[in-house]
Write a protein that binds this ligand. Structure first.
Ligand code: ARG
Length: 455
């Protein structure tokens, strides 16, 4: 490509460190699409003739067909996807192919291709997140009344419903989807036409290529156009947060599946056995989803460090932007799909969860609230009396709902029989009707709101 200036071949090591076709071949479709739009624009603006454009478009179409058929020769000696396409175009249509690179550089070309790839990846991921939310909404709807313990510090805190718990994740993944959508809207500017870094002396129409390639507008500064990789960084940041959410849900599935908890079952479809211990059913898929967060964060860190301190504008360091980005999206897409499958598959053991929901003095707050409501005690006093009741129940080996009235009256003489109505986990859950609370009506209202929103 630069034989005019160079007379010697590159060292084998130069080629080894320089070559990127092994991974940037994943930009092939974007590269062809960008070239088609660029060629059409060059003709439209009179930079190349109609006949030359037709020949170039035909050659690009033939290359597309070769790629589809799997016969396109990806060659290391042509370094990257852009030069592989260009070299092949020359073989197919001859020297006229050389006109395609007018008013363009690999710098704006790779910025364009990569941006379009990341844009597609954000769209795919966004759709996958919605699919996961739908699976969660379905499960949550089935279990709007299914009791389970709510935890803080992984200690039983207050009874909640399984539906309410799942809806917490619908909120998290909703924020993830909006982060991807937000990143997408910011990245949706076309860098094509920035050329090497300073713009082009040809009468190019950047609005036209931007429109053809479904961008909102062209980028406004040619230097920034070729130097910017924010779009990848932002997407990796959004992806990392999403992977963190996935890992938290995965961790809960792992915990819930232990025989000690026994809250949920996953079918054989999402578990594995042990080669030595016949009784085992392991939540491997959940564990691997949990682990993928490491890959996402590593990718974000990797690209951040590559970009840090790079002077304007393009530096070859930036070729290293693709591997972490591809890897991150591959991992995230797999993790989202696996989690969606697991959520559809998961079956809670409602009996065990209800028993656990009522254990561990989980309605102690309800007792304190009753003392405040019915007897007009300050909450701190009520908290103190309830603490004493829990201590007494512990000594007697009973739970709060089974503590005799005489015991409660020994602590506060005005306590009446009516207190027992609030001490069951059902009553506790039903009473939490504040907006966003765990009462089944509230949970159903949130499910309805999300279903309407997702359409
Ligand atoms: N393969 C290169 C990359 O991925 C393409 C851009 C090369 N530009 C250059 N000035 N060498 O970044």
């Amino acid at each position: 490509m630069w034989g005019g200036r160079f007379s010697d071949k590159p060292d084998a090591l130069m080629q080894a460190i320089n070559v990127s076709i092994g991974f940037d071949r994943r930009l092939a479709a974007q590269d062809l699409e960008g070239s088609r739009a660029h060629a059409a624009m060059l003709r439209d603006t009179g930079v190349i003739s109609a006949a030359d454009e037709a020949a170039i478009q035909q050659g690009l179409a033939d290359i597309g067909a070769e790629m589809e058929a799997g016969t396109f020769p990806f060659r290391d000696e042509f370094e990257d996807i852009h030069m592989n396409v260009e070299a092949r175009l020359r073989e197919l249509i001859g020297p006229v192919s050389g006109r395609l690179h007018t008013a363009r550089s690999r710098n704006d070309q790779v910025a364009l291709d990569f941006r379009m790839w990341v844009r597609d990846a954000c769209d795919r991921t966004g759709a996958q997140i919605v699919a996961l939310q739908r699976a969660l909404l379905t499960k949550a709807g089935e279990h709007a009344e299914t009791l389970m313990p709510g935890f803080t510090h992984l200690q039983p805190a207050q009874p909640v419903t399984f539906g309410h718990h799942l809806m917490a994740y619908v909120e998290m993944f909703g924020r993830d989807a909006s982060r991807f959508a937000d990143a997408r809207s910011r990245m949706n500017e076309s860098p094509l036409g920035a050329a090497a870094l300073a713009g082009s002396p040809f009468p190019i129409d950047r609005q036209m290529t931007a429109k053809t390639l479904r961008f909102d507008r062209p980028t406004a500064n040619s230097l920034d156009s070729v130097a910017d990789r924010d779009f990848a960084l932002e997407s990796l940041a959004a992806g990392t947060i999403c992977a963190i959410h996935l890992s938290r849900l995965a961790e809960e599935i792992v915990i819930w599946m232990t025989p000690q908890f026994g809250f949920v079952k996953l079918s054989d479809a999402f578990t594995t056995g042990s080669s030595i211990m016949p009784q085992k059913k392991n939540p491997d898929a959940a564990e691997l989803v949990r682990a993928k967060a490491g890959r996402l964060l590593a990718s974000f860190t990797q690209l951040s460090v590559v970009m840090k301190g790079l002077p304007m504008t393009y530096s070859k360091d930036m070729q290293e932007d693709k591997v972490p980005t591809f890897e991150a999206f591959d991992a995230l897409e797999l993790a989202l799909a696996a989690m969606t499958g697991m959520i559809a598959d998961i079956e809670p053991d409602a009996k065990r969860m209800a028993a656990a929901a009522g254990a561990g003095f989980s309605t102690a707050t309800d007792l304190a609230d009753w003392l405040v409501r019915e007897l007009g005690l300050p909450f701190r006093d009520a908290h103190h009396i309830t603490g004493a009741a829990v201590k007494r129940a512990e000594t007697l080996g009973s739970d709060l709902p089974d503590l005799p009235l005489s015991e409660l009256q020994a602590l506060e003489p005005r306590v009446t029989e009516g207190v027992y109505e609030v001490l069951t986990p059902q009553a506790s859950v039903a009473s939490r009707r504040s907006y966003g609370g765990t009462a089944p009506d509230q949970v159903r209202a949130q499910i309805k709101r999300w279903k309407e929103y997702l359409g």
